[in-house]
Design a protein around this ligand. Structure first.
Ligand code: NI
Length: 170
């Protein structure tokens, strides 16, 4: 599974609800965890692997968190917000401060289709909101003002070009 990067149309699509909870879905979940670990990320959403379905996975090993969210709905966010330096596997090597609510309540289904609710704060709450955005075709740079967003897009292109050159050399 390859992780889709900025510029890929699939990252801007609104994802569809999942209605079938079968082995194919479990396989997708497993592949997503594998791709996320390989890229050393803490979260990965369907469209990032080219699947426009409402699923994301989060794994924050230091906090013992590993959770799959299918058809998630954010039901409440705290009024209190905070800034945090966010990165995204679809924009490798870049990060930028993003303001978001500090706490979030979210309901979702697990990989078997069983509903659950999570009240999250800290990095977990941050990751949930970031990944949930992906299901609606929203990237973290979409939260920045236009000037900063453009600057980040240009930085991304520069980084990708540098990577290509480095690959050609070796
Ligand atoms: Ni992301």
């Amino acid at each position: 599974m390859t992780i889709r990067k900025l510029g890929d149309e699939v990252l801007h699509k609104k994802c569809e609800k999942i209605t079938v909870f079968d082995d194919e879905l479990k396989n997708l979940e497993e592949e997503m965890y594998k791709a996320m670990r390989k890229a050393e990320g803490i979260g990965l959403a369907g469209p990032q692997v080219g699947v426009t379905k409402r699923i994301f996975v989060i794994e924050i090993s230091e906090e013992g968190i590993k959770q799959t969210f299918v058809n998630p709905e954010i039901i409440e966010t705290s009024v209190e917000t905070g800034m945090y330096n966010e990165g995204c596997l679809s924009l490798p090597g870049l990060e930028h401060e993003v303001e978001r609510p500090l706490k979030v309540s979210i309901c979702a289904q697990d990989i078997e289709g069983k509903p659950f609710t999570v009240n999250a704060e800290g990095l977990f709450a941050r990751a949930i909101q970031h990944e949930n955005d992906h299901l609606n075709g929203i990237l973290y740079i979409d939260h920045l003002d236009q000037e900063e967003k453009t600057r980040m897009e240009q930085l991304f292109v520069k980084k990708q070009e540098a990577l290509k050159k480095a690959k050609r050399r070796h």
